[in-house]
Ligand binder design. Structure first.
Ligand code: ZN
Ligand code: ZN
Ligand code: ZN
Length: 347
């Protein structure tokens, strides 16, 4: 992710900031210019200005879950990221609001990245689906028979609110023996299924290449997952998959590999924007628009050692706890090519 500065005082600010710590102005993210706009914090309904246009906060700003801006004269009240929500949690429960905030932070970062690739959120053909999000607690599951399980179906990404609770997420991580379990990881994985439908299934050439590399997606999905959770999978997944879960079914292999590619690109993009890698150390200038996959991967290797070492010096777990087997590189490169081809043909 690029680094942002306050429009008023040029202080470096985080993507999630609602106010500037230096000049105390309100801050809002304007997604088209990808800039952090600032305005007087004295105003109760702040209006932001950029190049002759006026902007206001998304309606979800009132719950402190969104700092994105919309044009002041627009007909809708939600920003591009919040518009995609189908169900939000019951706001009368304080804990749910806190958990929802964590989910939105991760979701907004995801949407930022999808926009960098100019990926579609809305259906292009009558048979396809819009991308939408359901944030459900266990209670909602009981009320209307919807499953609160984190997952994806026909464009609808469901995230169980419990995932936003760090303690329960850590418990599940340990139970499933996963080296990495984060909210942003969930979002990246689940939208991977959506874009499989859009970029692979709807494209015969990509589908043939996919089956060649990841295996046949027509294999029984329910059975594959059941076996995975029963731990009946006896073969060694290391060497061929980015994670154990990826070995359960070609769709999961794709979603895990896709998510991993998004991790790599965001990490590299952030490092480049903060000047952590010089142009003698990497050929990549823009991680979201670079033709050679191996240049991206080769920049990630020393970068991950550096960031893991930084974390270890603070007694924190590794940021990037992965070793990428050779066979997985081909799959990551396939994700890279599919994204590049989409971006080149459709934009
Ligand atoms: Zn400022
Ligand atoms: Zn919003
Ligand atoms: Zn999945």
């Amino acid at each position: 992710m690029k680094n942002f500065t306050c429009q008023h005082c040029s202080n470096v600010v985080y993507f999630e900031n609602h106010t500037c710590v230096a000049c105390k102005q309100w801050l809002g993210y304007e997604p088209y210019s990808s800039r952090m706009l600032a305005t007087s914090s004295q105003q109760s309904s702040p209006i932001f200005h950029l190049e002759g246009r006026n902007y206001m906060y998304c309606n979800n700003h009132q719950h402190h879950v969104c700092n994105w801006l919309i044009e002041a004269n627009s007909t809708g009240t939600f920003c591009e990221a919040c518009k995609l929500n189908r169900t939000i949690p019951n706001l009368s429960v304080q804990d749910y609001v806190k958990e929802w905030k964590n989910l939105e932070r991760a979701k907004h970062r995801l949407i930022y990245a999808l926009k960098r690739w100019r990926l579609p959120f809305y259906r292009s053909t009558p048979g396809s689906y819009n991308l939408e999000f359901n944030f459900l607690s266990g209670d909602e599951k009981l009320k209307d028979n919807q499953s609160a399980m984190t997952g994806h179906a026909n464009g609808l990404v469901t995230i169980n609110l419990a995932e936003a609770d760090a303690i329960s997420r850590e418990q599940v991580r340990q139970e499933l023996e996963e080296p990495y379990r984060t909210l942003i990881g969930h979002f990246r994985h689940e939208v991977g299924h959506y874009y499989w439908d859009r970029l692979i299934y709807e494209n015969p050439n990509n589908l043939a290449a996919f089956r060649n590399l990841f295996g046949d997606d027509r294999a029984d999905y329910g059975q594959a997952l059941e076996q995975h959770y029963k731990k009946e999978v006896s073969y060694s997944w290391k060497g061929n998959y980015i994670s154990k879960y990826a070995s359960s079914h070609p769709w999961e292999d794709w979603a895990e590999t896709w998510a991993h590619y998004l991790h790599m690109v965001d990490m590299l993009d952030t490092a480049l924007n903060f000047g952590l890698l010089s142009n003698t150390e990497t050929k990549v200038v823009n991680a979201y628009n670079h033709s050679n996959f191996m240049d991206i991967f080769e920049a990630i290797v020393p970068l991950s050692i550096a960031v893991n070492s930084l974390n270890r010096s603070m007694g924190q777990p590794d940021v990037y706890p992965f070793v990428t087997p050779k066979n997985v590189l081909q799959k990551l490169e396939f994700v890279h090519q599919v994204l590049r081809n989409y971006t080149t043909v459709n934009n």
